[in-house]
Design a protein around this ligand. Structure first.
Ligand code: FAD
Length: 552
């Protein structure tokens, strides 16, 4: 079997882990803000053998039918495969798996090679009245993969890992036809060999798939230039019970409500996406991410809004609030990157300008394209930054951020080993609502920490800017107290999500609904919207065989 998976208990591949050994400021920072001692002995996850893995309920009949389609090698019921496919990577998933709280894991994992086999697998699943859950990279954090705890039918996880090819590129149109199981590095390598890029780089890039991105409406960090996956995806093929849906790769169409849009964000409930035709771009001649400082969050956010409204078209506009900025400084390595740029000379300049360094906010702005295009964008942005009281600090911090961005996810497991619970919630809102939403969310999170009696931390960055608004991405952390860590996590997570809804934000800008966010869906899209979505699900999948219990 050639398909590689992440660690069953955490992020990324075995043998790679976060360490604070080379980051001298991190331990004092974490001690100060959430009262967790990073130097105390860590509690490692259980050994796999210690997990209490429920027995597979796969019947001989269904096993035979699946093996008949795929060959026995690609029908796998080992405990490890079943556990790996049971969850995504939300904090809830990680805490539960470490506590051996597995509930209803898949009975079998199948690895089809092509669409024809997927049709036959789905036919067999529907004939057996079983459940089928498509699996891409397993990186979602919305509870999108887990079967309902009370599911009595057999559960089949369909891993798309063998469908990982770029099938064709229409060079004239910049349209690539790509199989849905391709992970980020798979598809960028194949596109890159021919001079193209998709331009979709979520933080989970290394372990998430094209089909998963589409099924969760993902956003990559360069979305300001390339668009979100909803913009990038031009056509789809989807295997559904008894039929196959195919849409055409046209730039725009006026053929009634968009079926393509219905599949976007459908989390496996409307079928298995087998391939997509996506917009690709020539690799840019130049790519650079520059660092900027702003005196405070308010002026920094106003600058991002001004950039979005201007003629400038950067690929990334991102600004961290003062707390996230201080966290970034705390994770700097000795004598590299940020520390070099926060030289005593720079500090003196900022102090002379009257800056309160505790309020300072770090921003990254990315530029891509021809040399001339990049030069012009930089000039336009420089003026806006300066009009908002900010200053440029060159390429160093941006280059460091760019190199390290795919390592950051490892930090959550490291914190969990040391008794700290950390997770994220993100939203989008109109520019006019953004600052009140930010204030309300921070206030509600702090109230939730107080309710739990813990020292907590919430920080935020703005990314993914649009003409009408932007995404705010919050990270929160606290030291787990006595008792159920998930109940404590729920207090904070619910407070943050409710703040979004109460402040005219959406329940998620790019992390989907799953089971984690579904209780707020009616508030977000109205009960009439929920009814429409339910109606579409029951028409396409009357037997509720496709990933039941997600979204609605
Ligand atoms: P999976 O987790 O395998 O599946 C997610 C859902 O999609 C499930 O419901 C599954 O059934 C369905 N699905 C998967 N493949 C198919 C298919 N072929 N057909 C039909 N349904 C399918 N998201 C972002 O958008 N941007 C980020 O920057 C980002 N950063 C992250 C960082 C970390 C550390 C983590 C843990 C997650 C992050 N995410 C981010 C969330 C996650 O990576 C995305 O939701 C991603 O799109 C999931 O893709 P996947 O292939 O891992 O899907």
């Amino acid at each position: 079997m050639t398909v590689q998976h992440m660690k069953w208990w955490g992020w990324g591949v075995d043998g790679v882990a976060f360490s604070h050994d080379d980051k001298p400021s991190l331990a004092p920072f974490v001690q100060k803000v959430i009262d967790v001692d990073l130097n105390a002995p860590a509690v490692a996850p259980l050994a796999f053998e210690e997990l209490d893995v429920p027995k597979s309920q796969l019947t001989e009949d269904l096993e035979k039918a699946l093996s008949g389609v795929l060959g026995a090698e690609y029908v796998v019921s080992t405990d490890l495969d079943r556990v790996v496919h049971a969850f995504g990577k939300s904090l809830r998933d990680l805490v539960r798996i470490r506590a051996s709280d597995l509930r209803r894991i898949p009975d079998v994992v199948v690895y089809p090679a092509d669409e024809e086999q997927i049709v036959a697998v789905l036919d067999a699943v529907v004939a057996a009245d079983a459940v089928l859950i498509p699996f891409g990279g397993g990186s979602n954090i919305a509870g999108s993969l887990e079967a309902p705890a009370d599911e009595t039918r057999q559960v089949v996880s369909l891993d798309l890992g063998r469908l990982n090819k770029v099938l064709s590129i229409d060079e004239e149109s910049g349209l690539a036809q790509i199989q849905a199981g391709a992970l980020g590095p798979d598809l960028e390598k194949q596109l890159g060999e021919r001079g193209w890029t998709l331009g979709h780089f979520p933080d989970s890039f290394t372990h998430s798939s094209l089909g998963g991105w589409i099924a969760t409406r993902s956003s990559g960090m360069q979305s300001d230039k390339y668009g979100d996956i909803a913009d990038i995806t031009k056509a789809l093929r989807v295997v559904q019970p008894g039929r196959t849906l195919a849409t055409r790769a046209v730039p725009v169409t006026s053929t009634g409500p968009s079926v393509r849009e219905m599949i976007l964000g459908s989390e496996g409930r409307l079928g298995v996406i087998t391939e997509a035709t996506v917009q690709v771009h020539r690799k840019p001649a130049k790519r650079v991410v520059l660092g900027y400082f702003f005196p405070d969050w308010k002026r920094g956010v106003a600058a991002m809004r001004a950039i979005a409204a201007s003629d400038a078209a950067p690929s990334i506009t991102r600004i961290s609030d003062a707390r996230e900025t201080s966290f970034s400084f705390a994770t700097r390595k000795t004598s590299k990157g940020f520390s070099k740029f926060m030289s005593s000379a720079l500090v003196a300049v900022l102090k002379k300008r009257g800056w309160d360094l505790e309020q300072m906010c770090l921003s990254f702005i990315g530029y891509e394209g021809s040399e001339e295009h990049v030069a012009r964008q930089r000039k336009l942005v420089k003026k806006i930054v300066s009009d908002h009281g900010g200053i440029g600090v060159g390429e160093g911090p941006g280059a460091l951020y760019d190199q390290k961005k795919f390592d950051t996810p490892y930090i959550r497991d490291f914190l969990l080993d040391r008794g700290a619970l950390a997770d994220v919630s993100e939203t989008s809102a109109a520019w006019s609502k953004l600052m009140p939403l930010y204030d309300t969310t921070v206030e509600r999170a702090n109230k939730a920490f107080a309710q739990l009696g813990v020292k907590g931390w919430i920080m935020c960055h703005l990314s993914h800017s649009y003409h009408s608004g932007a995404c705010l991405y919050f990270t929160f952390a606290f030291k787990a107290g006595e008792g159920d860590p998930i109940a404590q996590y729920d207090v904070v997570k619910s407070a943050v999500q409710q703040a979004f809804i109460d402040s005219a934000g959406t329940l998620s800008h790019h992390h989907a609904v799953g089971t984690e966010h579904s209780r707020w869906l009616g508030d977000d899209i109205s009960e009439a919207g929920v009814q429409m979505v339910s109606g579409i699900f029951s028409v396409v999948d009357p037997g509720r065989n496709l990933n039941p219990g997600k979204i609605v």
